[in-house]
Write a protein that binds this ligand. Structure first.
Ligand code: KG4
Ligand code: ZN
Length: 335
């Protein structure tokens, strides 16, 4: 028997819908980005985002169904992100999903966006062994999570200030690269020398698995200010490479510190920053040296998408764990 779920995701600045069969066969994965809209502001403007979601949601869902070659009547359920995220944006996807569930009389699955990022790994590797250690690195979160079994999470560490993706975006803004900053910094860093400009790495007090990136961001800003004041030409590629190296170094160090204590059967990467190939390769290399295997979803399933939401919904479907149609958006939802 096959289970066909529609996933819907509108928590931030991507309007996304996907059709996934049996939790791993991605039949379509449609994403309408709003980068053009928010680029000139250097970040997402919530009011503008929700208005664009409203315009895009129906065409995006229609396209996802068409590309998957299914009709509404083929759906066994709808999975939708209901938090965390921007309230106005979340509501657009949630209302669309509820309407479909009600009209077709099929179950609704309210999905936690952070959980969906984790499930991007199950989309590509459905038989992952437990316990799992997952680093979620996105624009809003930097969480190190121990997953003892499906749906059971223990937060081991988190950022105390900026999220890793936020640091990428802010540094990209001061380098005047554009938005979102992560991919642009990664590209520029390829031409730079990561050793040329050493930036500080914050490890915080001994033994903690928490992160801090605001000091690093300030160090980059100060370095650029000083160079400009002194009339020195800045090698921007070196700055990008040095910054990326510092972020990746701290992330990998802390993941391995947690792995040595908790001995996971596998390490996972999740969230938009997991699309960074330098981070993925460095984690794979250093984890392998200590005997740990690493799973990293392909970049398209790392950044916001609805296939990961449909995948999370599949496991809820198997447990008959649907959500009521009274489900509301929760902007500050935690894991
Ligand atoms: O998961 P995501 O798409 O949205 C949130 O849930 O926040 O993550 C977006 C974040 C942005 O900060 C973006 O700059 C970052 O992920 N990002 C990257 C890369 N691609 C996206 N950061 C570093 N390297 C990348 N290649
Ligand atoms: Zn996300």
């Amino acid at each position: 028997m096959s289970v066909i779920l529609l996933g819907v995701e509108t928590s931030c600045d991507e309007t996304a819908a996907a059709v996934v069969e049996n939790g791993h066969l991605v039949r379509s994965n449609t994403i309408a980005s709003q980068f053009d809209l928010h680029g000139k502001f250097g970040g997402v403007v919530p009011e503008v985002a929700s208005r664009r979601h409203l315009e895009s949601i129906n065409p995006v869902i229609r396209q996802a169904l068409e590309e998957a070659d299914v009709s509404f009547r083929d759906l066994d359920g709808v999975a939708v992100t209901y938090g965390p995220g921007l309230a106005g944006s979340l509501l657009v996807g949630l209302m669309a999903a509820k309407t479909i569930a009600y009209a077709l009389d099929i179950p609704l699955f309210g999905i936690n966006h952070l959980e969906a990022h984790i499930y991007a790994n199950f989309l590509v590797a459905p038989d992952l062994p437990f316990p799992l250690l997952c680093l979620i690195v996105s624009g809003g979160h930097t969480d190190l999570v121990l997953i003892t079994r499906l749906g059971e999470y223990r937060l081991l560490g988190r950022t105390r200030d900026d999220a890793a993706g936020e640091a990428f975006d802010k540094v990209a803004r001061v380098l005047e690269l554009g938005y979102p900053g992560g991919p642009l910094i990664e590209k520029l860093a390829r031409e730079g020398d990561p050793e040329a400009v050493p930036f500080p790495r914050a490890y915080l007090e001994e033994g903690t698995l928490d992160f801090s990136f605001s000091g690093l961001k300030t160090a980059v800003i100060n370095y650029l200010d000083r160079a400009r004041r002194e009339g020195r030409k800045v090698a921007e590629a070196d700055v990008a490479a040095g910054f990326q190296e510092a972020v990746v170094g701290v992330l990998v160090d802390k993941v391995l510190a947690a792995a040595r204590v908790h001995r996971p059967a596998r390490i996972l990467l999740a969230g938009g920053v997991a699309a960074n190939r330098v981070l993925a390769r460095e984690l794979e290399r250093r984890a392998a040296a200590e005997g740990f295997g690493v799973t990293v979803p392909p970049p398209v399933f790392c950044t916001d998408n609805a296939a990961m939401v449909a995948c999370a919904g599949y496991y809820r479907y198997l447990h008959g764990d649907s959500s009521p149609l009274t489900l509301n958006a929760l902007a500050g939802l935690g894991l």
